[in-house]
Structures are given as structure tokens and as C-alpha cells.
Ligand binder design. Structure first.
Ligand code: NAD
Ligand code: FES
Length: 307
């Protein structure tokens, strides 16, 4: 059991919880994710890690309820417990593999959209702790939906933009990036995390600008273990699974249109049957459980996870 030490709402319909999970806090790196279960028979919910404190043995998760399980999870409060937390899972961000010297040579821009701001934070914080103050854009629809402003402003050069101009600059994150470049900023590495449509358009723009770009395909995950096949992607024409090969990929290589279409199909039983017909075994094959029955066990699970 994992105790919730604090729970609050940084914005309407966005929930933040600090949870006692010393083993995960000890081992997790920026870019990795967790599987959370509220109760014994509960659904497995993949969530990105927003922060961790190795000394206190805590992790912070931020999520937006999108289905029954995350809605139930949002009702948990300080002192309540999660039944299970599995992680850290997935590959850490490539940036964590570079030396401090290599990192200091890079001009990095992080682009965070909406709830996707949460998984960007551990990366900018990690860089700051390694002597690099990166630039970051937080984009939100309106002022009320901007999250983690204080936390970001302590560890990076922060630019905020809102779609309606109610706070910071006006317009979407792509306009903000274009404006920063017109104002004389230059970048040689971009990390974009947010809604798929945002990551698609950021990647199209940075391809034009010649800036290598990493995106996080966390939104397509369902069980997070390589078993269900939900997170199957085409990256540079090759089949990849977000949960075992990612979640971070080269944004210029990801086929976003296929991923968004596939995600819609995966939500219905009929769509999953059609995907199975088209693709055969849809899961990654790395799960150690490659049988029809393994796939069938997952058939009842609809898309639930977020953040
Ligand atoms: P949102 O729709 O409010 O968008 C956030 C920002 O993204 C916007 O303010 C805008 O600046 C930018 N954006 C949106 N559409 C764009 C476009 N067409 N072109 C350029 N920029 C665009 O975001 P939200 O409702 O908070 O986000 C929820 C989504 O975030 C969910 O779909 C969830 O799956 C995703 N998410 C992704 C990750 C990840 O790891 N990639 C993590 C958490 C959440
Ligand atoms: Fe990757 Fe299920 S989420 S295979």
C-alpha cells in the first residue's frame, strides 16, 4: 500500500498527489512512468512522474480524470492509499545519458502543453541540477489551466502562452516557438510533451526549422506492459511500442496521424477486433506472455490513462 501524503488541485480538473513510494523514488529517472492501481480489482493506469524526492522517498503524480478509474482516483485524499504502484517503467530521457559537458553545449527548448506540463518538469529540474538552465514554453488554453508555473520558473527560463491570451503571450505553443526564434533565440534540441495534436504540429515546425525533437507517446498507452498492443506506433516506418521502446521517440519520425487514428479505433471492442484482423498479434512480444488468451484478458480494458 502506498500512502498519499498530500493531494491538491493545481487547476480545474487537474489533480496532484505526493505519494510515499521510496523504492520508485530511489530509482526513477526523468522520462519514465508508473502503473498505478487504486484497488485490488482496479484498472492499471499508466501515469508519468511529475517529480520525485529520493531523500523523502516520495513521488508526485499529476493527472486529469478521463474515465471511471481516474475519476475514482481523483476522489482519494491525504491519508488514503494506492493499492499498488509499479515502476519506474520505460526508458529514461536520452538527455540523462549525456555528460554535463555535452549538456552544457546544447541549447534546449522544452515545449509543454496542458497536462503534459507535468512530465516535462522532472526533465528541466534534472538539467538545472546538472548545471543547465534550459528554455521552456508552457502552453495552456487559458490562464486558469496553467500549472507548475512557480516550479518551472525556479529551474528554467520560462515562457507562458495561452490560446486566448488571458496570461503570458497569446497563441499556441507553435506560435510562441516561432516568436522566440524571430526574437533571436536559437535551439539545437527540442522536447515536446502534451496532446498528440500539439506534438504533431511542434514536430512539423521543428522539422522545418531543423531542430531535432523528442516527443513522449505516453497518451497511447493502456496497460503499460507491452501486453495489450494499444501503444503500437510507426516510427521511421518501423513498429514500436511506446511502453517498452519509449515513451520518448524522435518526433520527426513518428507517424502521428496513424497513432491518433489507431487510438480512436482501440477505444471500442469493434475497433480492437479490426486492429487484430489487420495487424495480427498486436502486442509487443516482449511481455513473456504472447498468447491469444493474454490479448483476450486485456480486451475489456478501454483507454483510461492520462498524464
Ligand atoms: P490542451 O488541449 O489544453 O492543449 C495544451 C496546449 O497545447 C495548447 O494550449 C496549445 O498551446 C497546444 N496545442 C494544442 N493543439 C495544438 C495544435 N493543433 N498546434 C499547436 N499547438 C497545439 O491540452 P490538455 O487538454 O491539457 O491536454 C490533455 C492531453 O495531454 C491529453 O490528450 C493527454 O493525452 C495529453 N498528455 C500527454 C502526455 C505525454 O506524455 N505526451 C502527458 C500528459 C498528458
Ligand atoms: Fe504498450 Fe499496452 S500500453 S502494449
Amino acid at each position: 500500500m502506498y500512502r498519499i501524503l498530500s493531494a491538491d488541485k493545481p487547476a480545474a480538473n487537474i489533480y496532484r498527489m505526493v505519494v510515499e513510494a521510496p523504492r520508485v523514488a530511489q530509482r526513477c529517472e526523468p522520462g519514465q512512468f508508473l502503473i498505478v492501481k487504486n484497488e485490488e480489482e482496479g484498472e492499471r493506469i499508466p501515469l508519468t512522474i511529475c517529480d520525485y524526492d529520493r531523500e523523502k522517498g516520495t513521488i508526485t503524480i499529476v493527472f486529469q480524470p478521463v474515465g471511471a478509474s481516474t475519476t475514482k482516483m481523483a476522489e482519494l485524499k491525504e491519508g488514503d492509499h494506492f493499492m499498488d504502484i509499479v515502476g519506474p517503467l520505460g526508458r529514461p530521457s536520452d538527455l540523462t545519458e549525456l555528460s554535463e559537458e555535452e549538456l552544457k553545449k546544447k541549447k534546449i527548448i522544452f515545449i509543454a502543453g496542458g497536462v503534459g506540463t507535468a512530465p516535462v518538469y522532472p526533465q528541466v529540474k534534472w538539467l538545472y541540477e546538472h548545471g543547465v538552465k534550459a528554455d521552456a514554453i508552457i502552453g495552456a488554453k487559458t490562464k486558469d489551466l496553467v500549472i507548475l508555473e512557480k516550479e518551472f520558473s525556479e529551474v528554467c527560463n520560462l515562457h507562458i502562452t495561452t490560446d486566448d491570451g488571458s496570461y503570458g503571450r497569446e497563441g499556441m505553443v507553435t506560435k510562441c516557438l516561432e516568436d522566440l526564434i524571430a526574437e533571436g533565440h536559437s535551439y539545437d534540441h527540442c522536447v515536446a510533451i502534451g496532446p498528440m495534436i500539439m506534438m504533431k504540429f511542434v514536430s512539423l515546425l521543428t522539422k522545418k526549422l531543423g531542430i531535432p525533437t523528442i516527443v513522449s507517446m505516453n497518451p497511447v498507452m493502456v496497460d503499460g506492459t507491452g501486453m495489450c498492443g494499444a501503444c503500437r506506433l510507426l516510427v521511421g516506418g518501423e513498429v514500436k511500442f511506446a511502453c517498452v521502446d519509449g515513451p520518448e521517440f524522435d518526433g520527426h519520425q513518428v507517424d502521428f496521424d496513424q497513432a491518433m487514428k489507431r487510438l480512436q479505433m482501440y477505444k471500442t471492442e469493434e475497433g480492437r477486433a479490426m486492429l487484430k484482423l489487420q495487424e495480427g498479434e498486436t502486442h509487443s512480444g516482449n511481455c513473456g506472455n504472447c498468447s491469444d488468451s493474454a490479448d483476450q484478458k486485456q480486451e475489456g480494458s478501454g483507454k483510461e490513462a492520462d498524464a
